[in-house]
Design a protein around this ligand. Structure first.
Ligand code: PMP
Length: 429
């Protein structure tokens, strides 16, 4: 709310400035300059939209991400830029590495943040650990497995998909059978399937991968900080996440970690990875992980994004993972109860398999889901979303992550949903 107030004040000031500018039109240098530029003789004149101030409304981001950024993280991201190769920046990156190790529960040295969104981490994981022609096994039970399968196919891997309908779970036996048959070098699983609202069990899969000499890659973009994951204990070889969900940092950075087994594979390749930007040989040096005395220029990291990511990891460390997991579970339980009281059905029936950060609701019979989303946005300034990929048209998703994960926010979401159900058209059929 405070953030909203700050924002409205900012908007008000901008509005006042515009009005003042209007009244002083004849004397206002900036306006004259603007008019001047709009009458430019260049073949492509400055676009009219660029001569207007930026507008970015405050919204309740209660979808599957991005989530609202708390003022403390926003302030960190707004600090003055320093050079990406300054010693202070290296210190900040070292801190980020430690923060990720805590969040992932790993002691892996090869822990960094990608300069890019969750997809950057997905591509980094696949590009570095797989070579063209190698076999990759992917569990597809929503959109994210399909994405990784496509990424692996694009770089020339031999991909086998194990497919279930959205929200389906894979047994250890199914995974082991497929592994024995296809002999993959990499097996991919999504921990928090945000398109289906599923939190897939991970225990035991690492052992199977180890037995079959296959690397275990896990996506925790939507689940990190919301549901327990133990990278080392669960024998996960490569783990990644995104900044914009339960970590509440702005989108654009993506923590990733590789264990020793993954390093052995990715640093003993026959051919270089297809991407220069995502090549872990360079990135490990940039992050000071390769034991070399000098950290060299590879690319210009997102300095402000790293400031914000550091702050978000600091907040998680202060709060503690156990408390964060507990809070997500508690608020999710409150939301489930409220939704059921409204007569709604939760898409994932087994309560223990529900993703605490993103709740999926089966589309209530007779309603048009798009109308519900539009109503909630228009009348409550709140984002819920529909399904994604194979869950499109099956679910409505409500995400309460990190800073947003509060009982009061769950109540606001429930009130918005109740209002939508009352006022949106329900077909008689
Ligand atoms: N994996 C999962 C589980 C996700 O929820 C998302 C984002 N919705 C991604 C990967 C991709 O992340 P990004 O949009 O940051 O590239």
């Amino acid at each position: 709310m405070m953030q909203r107030a700050l924002f409205s004040r900012g908007a008000l000031l901008a509005q006042q400035a515009t009005t003042l500018e209007g009244s002083l039109a004849s004397k206002s240098a900036p306006l004259l300059q603007r008019l001047d530029r709009s009458m430019s003789s260049l073949p492509v004149p400055p676009p009219a939209c660029m001569l207007r101030p930026l507008e970015a409304p405050y919204r309740y981001l209660f979808g599957p991400g991005p989530s609202n950024v708390p003022p403390r993280i926003q302030a960190a991201g707004g600090r003055p830029i320093i050079g990406h190769l300054h010693p202070e920046m290296y210190e900040i990156m070292n801190d980020i590495k430690k923060g990720i190790q805590y969040a992932f529960q790993t002691e892996n040295n090869m822990t960094i943040s990608m300069s890019g969104s969750g997809h950057a981490a997905m591509e980094c994981a696949v590009f570095n650990t797989v070579e063209p022609g190698e076999s990759v096994l992917v569990a597809v039970n929503g959109i994210w497995g399909e994405r990784v399968a496509e990424i692996a196919e694009r770089m020339g891997a031999n991909v086998t998909r194990m497919v279930k309908s959205p929200g389906g779970c894979f047994t250890l036996q199914e995974i082991e059978q497929a592994m024995a048959k296809h002999k993959p070098v990499l097996f991919f699983l999504t921990h928090g399937e945000s398109s289906a609202g599923l939190c897939h069990p991970v225990d035991g899969i690492g052992d199977i991968c180890l037995k079959h000499n296959c690397l275990f890659l896990v996506d925790t973009v939507a689940s990190l900080g919301a549901a327990p994951i133990f990278m080392d204990r669960q024998k996960i070889d490569i783990l990644y996440t995104g900044s914009q969900k339960a970590l509440n940092a702005p989108p654009g950075t993506a923590p990733i970690s590789f264990n020793e087994r993954a390093c052995q594979k990715m640093f003993n390749r026959k051919v270089k990875p297809v991407s220069y930007l995502f090549d872990m040989t360079h990135l490990s040096n940039y992050w000071g992980n390769d034991g070399q005395p000098a950290r060299l220029y590879h690319h210009t990291g997102p300095v402000s994004g790293f400031f914000a990511l550091r702050e978000s990891l600091a907040i998680l460390a202060e709060k503690g993972l156990e408390e964060s997991w507990r809070q997500h579970k508690e608020v999710a339980a409150h939301l489930y109860k409220g939704l059921e009281d409204l007569g709604l059905k939760l898409f994932i029936q087994d309560r223990d398999l529900r993703l605490p950060s993103v709740t999926t609701i089966s589309i209530p019979e007779g309603y048009n889901w798009r109308e519900i989303l539009a109503y909630v946005m228009k009348h409550h300034n709140m984002e819920f979303t529909g399904g994604l990929g194979p869950s499109m048209g099956m679910v409505i998703r409500i995400g309460l992550m990190g800073y947003n994960c509060k009982t009061t926010n769950a109540d606001m979401a429930l009130a918005a949903m109740a209002d939508a159900l009352k006022n949106c058209t329900k077909s008689k059929a």
